[in-house]
Design a protein around this ligand. Structure first.
Ligand code: FES
Ligand code: FES
Length: 161
């Protein structure tokens, strides 16, 4: 089995692993690193449940090869909480009832974070567009969009990073 050593920043900490070249990033995160907040459903880039942030962009970790993460900065849902405090988006999702089964939630929140990092005051159509790659089978989306809008409006204070 062909393997390659890679180095990357994961949730603000340096990491290094030797990974089989056929592994996806999602497999590395979940099976090797135990970061099971990253969900995998379709495995083919359709649902967005496996979304993580790589170098500031939201990517489907089921489609990205782990070896391509060499030199990258990766953020998973586990990396948003800081010093025991939930990220404003996490808090807003809870308080707006934007979570039901929760399977889509990590990917939704990470896509929302990428949006707000680049567009702090998005319109509802911009929110809808930014999350168009993240599917939810439980909610009607409105509560998810409401939660994101409330963070953009500053209702949950400043982002903690
Ligand atoms: S599991 Fe990756 S997009 Fe569906
Ligand atoms: S809350 Fe269940 S899939 Fe979105």
């Amino acid at each position: 089995m062909q393997e390659k050593q890679i180095r990357f920043i994961l949730n603000k900490a340096e990491a290094e692993r030797t990974v089989p070249v056929h592994w996806t990033l999602g497999r590395l995160l979940r099976d090797e690193l135990g970061l099971t907040g990253t969900k995998e459903a379709c495995g083919e880039g359709e649902c967005g449940s496996c979304t993580v942030i790589v170098d500031g962009r939201n990517v489907n970790s089921c489609l990205m090869m782990a070896v391509d993460a060499d030199g990258c900065e990766i953020t998973t849902i586990e990396g948003l909480e800081q010093n025991g405090e939930l990220h404003p988006l996490q808090q807003a999702f809870i308080e707006h009832g934007a979570i039901q089964c929760g399977f889509c939630t990590p990917g939704m929140i990470l896509s929302a974070k990428v949006l707000l990092d680049g567009t702090p005051r998005p319109t509802r159509p911009q929110i809808r567009e930014a999350l168009s790659g993240n599917l939810c089978r439980c909610t009607g989306y409105d509560k998810i969009f409401d939660a994101i809008e409330s963070v953009a409006a500053g209702e949950y204070g400043r982002e903690n990073g």
